[in-house]
Design a protein. Sequence first.
Length: 144
Amino acid sequence: MVDVDSVARRFVADVWNGEREETAYDLVAGDCPGLGTTGPEGVLAWHRDRRSSFPDQRYKIVDLLVDGERAAIHWRAAGTQMGPFGPVPPTGQVVSYSGATFLRFDADGKISDIWSVNELFQVLQQLGVDFLPPPSLPPGVAPA
């Protein structure tokens, strides 16, 4: 049986923090969903995309809980935006935010599913993106 705690920690250190990307080929199942494709390449595509925006981004595990073949990781991340992030041009701004990632492992002990939530709104605010409410409609006018 795989040590889910150790694999999850190795995944964060090697893949998320980019210390040894090739580790993804040892840890991620071929059918694990990713960015535009599945398996290790899909997972690496997402992290490479993020690092192209925030090349010095680092993740720190705040808490890691394991239950059987599942792991929940509460993390903090920080990095400097040096490349475009979606429609936001490079700002040189340092951002810091939190999130949670849930991993599921298959019978071979490989990561077969990854699901994350994070404070994207907070990241955009730190980058100086203005969020304006839509214009109000006059009384009695229904939205289209």
